[in-house]
Every structure is written in structure tokens, then in C-alpha cells.
Design a protein around this ligand. Structure first.
Ligand code: S3P
Length: 173
């Protein structure tokens, strides 16, 4: 199912779909290094995602994402990439993600995301009024981009973390 046995895994999906959590578990299971693009951007900018959005705007953040993806493509070794929920939305990022490795879309229902993130303050796009409405709208807008980018789609709402990790591991073995 994967592009090549032993290749990289790229996790995409909406905020709160479990990319970071599954990335950590997979990294243990496969003994692959984990790269989380949000954390790399924060480290590079010396500030949080919320600060980047507030001080420089979303477009500046999107530009940082694209530049980082271009750099990551040069890295060698077996890696898990967990990328921001909005990364596949920019058309230019989609071939970069595909080039990085086998792209796995962790698909969730809006309600699942809402339950997980209702008290979260670190996602600027979900702050303010009607977060569930925002999740629904953004998710619907993005679905096509996720599907286009993905090699594998996993509906993870009813799956345990172990099942998700096992399915993804099967793709790269
Ligand atoms: C975003 C998702 C976030 C982060 C930023 C924007 C998005 O990453 O990149 O807040 O546009 O969906 P997570 O998916 O890891 O929360």
C-alpha cells in the first residue's frame, strides 16, 4: 500500500485528528525519527503558532510551512512527518507532501475534534464564537485537498490508537 517499503510516513488530517499522538506512537513502533512541522516552525521562529498568527498573520505562517516542506524533502532516513492541519490546503504543498513519503489521512468527524479541542487555546483558527461551526466549515472546505494528497485514508473515530498504528505500520513494511 505504501510507496516503497521502509519509506517515510506523512500524517495529514484536521486539527485534533491525532497526528501528533499517532506520530509519537508510530515513531516508537517503527523506530523512525519524528518530525512535527508545527514544532519545527515554532523553534525556527522562536515563538508559538498563536504568536506567529497574531504578529505576522496566517499567510506568513503558510509561507513558513511551504519553505519547511521544501527543506524536509532533502532529509535522509526513515521518518514520520506530522504536519499542520492546513498544510495540504495550499496546492503547492500537495506534491511536496507526496514526495516526502506515504501520505496517511487521519479522517475524523467534526464532533470528535470539537470534544478534543473545546478547551484548547493553541489553535488560532478555532478561537472565538461557535468553534463547532468553524470546525464543520473548515473540514468541509478541506476534505478534497486531504483526499487528493492522501495515499491512504483511515477513518479513525472508531479505531483504537493501537489499530491506527498497526494499519499505518502495515503501509511501510
Ligand atoms: C492549523 C493546524 C495547526 C497549526 C495551525 C493551523 C490548520 O496544526 O498548524 O494552528 O490550519 O488547521 P495541528 O493540525 O497540528 O493542530
Amino acid at each position: 500500500m505504501g510507496k516503497e517499503p521502509g519509506g517515510n510516513v506523512v500524517l495529514i488530517g484536521f486539527m485534533g485528528s491525532g497526528k501528533s499522538t499517532m506520530g509519537i506512537r508510530l515513531s516508537y513502533q517503527l523506530r523512525y525519527a519524528l518530525e512535527d512541522t508545527d514544532r519545527l516552525i515554532e523553534a525556527g521562529a522562536g515563538k508559538s503558532i498563536s504568536e506567529i498568527f497574531a504578529q505576522e498573520g496566517e499567510e506568513a505562517f503558510r509561507q513558513m510551512e511551504t519553505e519547511l516542506l521544501e527543506k524536509l524533502a532533502e532529509k535522509k532516513g526513515q521518518r514520520i512527518y506530522s504536519v499542520g492541519g492546513g498544510t495540504p490546503v495550499r496546492a503547492v504543498n500537495r506534491p511536496l507532501l507526496k514526495k516526502l513519503g506515504t501520505v496517511v489521512y487521519l479522517r475524523t468527524r467534526p464532533e470528535t475534534v470539537y470534544e478534543r479541542l473545546k478547551d484548547d487555546t493553541t489553535r488560532p483558527l478555532l478561537q472565538g464564537e461557535d468553534p463547532l461551526g468553524k470546525i464543520r466549515r473548515l473540514m468541509a472546505e478541506r476534505e478534497q485537498a486531504y483526499i487528493e494528497t492522501a495515499d491512504v485514508v483511515l477513518d479513525v473515530d472508531e479505531m483504537t490508537a493501537e489499530q491506527v498504528v498497526e494499519r499505518i505500520a502495515m503501509c511501510v513494511r
